[in-house]
Design a binder for this molecule. Structure first.
Ligand code: HEC
Length: 217
């Protein structure tokens, strides 16, 4: 019993230390990801109109957007030369993108799981731009980043502007969390059925057991 208490105590201590250390090292803003299709759709529009100037999302096809509730007309409206069965590739040629920023903008499809605490990371990155004294923008989370202030966070002057950019960043995260794991909704739905099935099975087995033992007595 005493050793059990010691082990439990050690675990509690270690986990609380982990929490304190994480808080000290990460200046990440903590967000609740809005998993609604409305938020994902708003995010998709921002990603397509803004981020895809530089970034691709090679693991997603435009027609996959129907899985977040967009109908075909809506998707076609957002396309230029691309076809609906194409992958979501930036229309800016790869050399131009690489040359303009001295670095190829990374693919965004899996970004929400590629970075530690991905959703918080992306949100913070987009809302951490500021003007340095020399008039250039920089980023607190990623000093010296080659990416410009895509959502113009540093230019936001009023509280309403700020809230608007933050809402956009949050919608972008909702979309990128979906692109990184498009089957999450389906899995959750299935999980609920599996649990209901297991509960029913447990009750049935319990009743069977009672019946069998009644005969034994
Ligand atoms: C004008 C070009 C451009 C636009 C527009 C742009 N990016 Fe980027 N992005 C870049 C470049 C270049 C990098 C590589 C930066 C570096 O490593 O210094 C980058 C890097 C990133 C990274 C990875 C940072 C890391 O940890 O390595 C994320 C996430 C990102 N961009 C998200 C976005 C999102 C979301 C949008 C749209 C709201 C966007 N970007 C719009 C050029 C752009």
């Amino acid at each position: 019993m005493r050793s059990l208490l010691l082990v439990v105590g050690a675990i509690v201590l270690l986990t609380s230390m982990g929490g304190a250390m994480a808080a000290a090292s990460g200046e990440l803003k903590d967000i609740d990801v809005d998993q609604s299709n409305e938020a994902r759709q708003r995010g998709a529009e921002i990603v397509m109109s803004t981020c895809m100037l530089c970034h691709s999302l090679k693991y997603v096809k435009f027609m996959d957007l129907s899985d977040i509730g967009m109908d075909k007309e809506q998707i076609l409206d957002m396309l230029d030369d691309q076809k609906i069965e194409d992958r979501m590739m930036s229309l800016t040629p790869i050399e131009v993108r690489e040359e303009s920023y001295g670095k190829l903008p990374p693919d965004l499809s899996l970004m929400a799981i590629a970075r530690k605490k991905g959703p918080d990371y992306i949100y913070t990155l987009l809302t951490d731009y500021y003007y340095r004294e020399d008039g250039e923008t920089d980023n607190h989370l990623f000093p010296g980043i080659k990416m410009p202030d895509a959502l113009a966070y540093a230019d936001a002057e009023t509280d309403a502007d700020l809230a608007d950019v933050e809402a956009q960043a949050s919608d972008v995260v909702s979309f990128l969390v979906w692109t990184a794991d498009p089957n999450a909704d389906e899995r959750k739905r299935l999980g609920v059925y599996v649990i209901i099935y297991l509960i029913i099975l447990t009750v049935l087995l319990y009743l069977v057991k009672k019946r069998v033992w009644r005969q034994v007595h």
